[in-house]
Design a protein around this ligand. Structure first.
Ligand code: COI
Length: 396
């Protein structure tokens, strides 16, 4: 136990706890030390209409190694390549892995924009802290990502719905089967050009409410973006797909709390039959819900832009039974999932215990608010509108 604690303390907070290291040799993440090795073998560009999510990658990648003794080494951008790791490397055995999802957009003047990357950096550090991987200065990583984006600019597709998906990742790289705090880590960033999630505008999805498995639980890690949270979610999605549903809806507890949809946060719009007032509701951040950047943006925009006379914006627990009842009474207005990949994804139907709960899609493919929030966010992401400094322009 004391062995675990000592090692844990020495690599948990490398910046604050630098006294535990030989402070003279411990380095924090420093973008000014970036070394760039450009590719001599540029890849051909994939035609925009052939893009498939996460399948094609740009010419370069960013890597920063870390070790317990010396801290963060010089960041390196080099041609996209395979990683070479010992088969005993701790990431393969005990899931020391976390990631983020961000996107870069090409604005009207050809400028490169990223959306609220500071939120991703905060979440990435929280994920790192939880699995005893090193933390880092998020602004330094954003500066490095800017340089990668500038170098691979030609891969950022232009046009509505097109972007470059950015995947910052951190893994523990100690080569040992011991279950302990990694003394080595690798932070890397790869980028993949992507097209609109739905090629012909919105396509509403049908969901199966999963009542035999849960995604996350109190005291667990459902609010962290760990790879280990994703693998166990694929089987319920597969089972839902076998019954003809597009995705699954995650419930929790005997009460049937609605938590998330597939890999996205879930939003519902309910109408109060007496007052006619509408409520936009999503599950609260109680430790089981991913702290989605899109989720946060929707809540902030809705609170800012929807009339308080007509709307209530709620982060509260709500159940599948409440939604079923609202649908029965004609008070379920619309529903959608929200995440980085699809931004918003309209919902048209929920299968629950063999019955269908029909969700209205008043505009044909989505509800009105679903279309509205998608457009609000799109305009900020592409720089058609500036809002609270949410869109960052990459500079050399
Ligand atoms: C997102 O849309 O936010 C995601 O995390 C999806 C990703 C796992 C592909």
């Amino acid at each position: 136990m004391s062995f675990i604690s000592r090692n844990f303390a020495s690599s948990f907070k490398p910046v604050c706890n630098s006294l535990l290291h030989n402070a003279r040799f411990y380095s924090t993440l420093d973008s000014s030390k970036l070394v760039i090795e450009k590719t001599t073998n540029p890849k051909p560009q994939i035609p925009q209409n052939e893009l498939v999510f996460g399948k094609y990658f740009t010419d370069h990648m960013l890597e920063i190694e870390w070790d317990k003794e010396t801290g963060w080494k010089s960041p390196k951008i080099s041609p996209y390549h395979n990683l070479s790791l010992d088969p005993s490397t701790i990431v393969f055995h005990y899931a020391f892995e976390l990631f983020e999802g961000m996107k870069a957009y090409k604005g009207a003047q050809g400028e490169i924009r990223t959306f609220r990357g500071d939120k991703n950096m905060v979440r990435m550090n929280k994920s790192a802290e939880r699995i005893a991987l090193p933390q880092f200065d998020g602004e330094e990583l954003l500066k490095l990502i800017d340089q990668l984006l500038i170098l691979d600019k030609k891969f950022i597709p232009q046009g509505k719905g097109y972007s470059l998906y950015i995947r910052p990742t951190m893994i523990g790289t100690s080569a040992s089967l011991g279950v302990s705090v990694p003394d080595k880590a690798l932070l890397y960033v790869i980028c993949s050009p992507v097209g609109p999630y739905y090629s012909s505008g919105f396509k509403p999805v049908s969901l199966e409410a999963t009542d035999y498995a849960v995604r996350a639980w109190p005291g667990g890690v459902g609010d962290k973006k760990l790879g280990a949270n994703y693998a166990p979610c694929v089987l319920p999605q597969l089972k839902a797909a076998e019954k003809g549903f597009h995705q699954n809806l995650w419930l929790f507890g005997d009460e049937g709390y609605i938590t998330e949809v597939g890999t996205m946060n879930a939003f519902f719009v309910l109408k109060d039959a007496k007052t006619g007032k509408k409520e936009l509701v999503t599950a609260p951040l109680d430790g089981t819900i991913l702290e989605g950047v899109t989720r946060d943006s929707i809540l902030e925009l809705a609170r800012d832009r929807l009339s308080q006379d007509e709307w209530v914006i709620s982060e509260r627990k709500f159940t599948i039974h409440e939604i079923k009842q609202a649908a029965k009474e004609g008070c379920l207005v619309e529903a959608f999932g929200a995440g980085t990949a699809a931004v918003v994804s309209p919902i048209k139907n929920i299968g629950y215990k063999g019955e269908d709960i029909n969700v209205p899609i008043s505009l044909g493919n989505s509800g009105e608010l679903t279309a509205q929030v998608a457009e609000w966010i799109r305009k900020i992401q592409y720089g058609e509108e500036e809002y609270k400094g949410w869109s960052r322009i990459a500079k050399v």
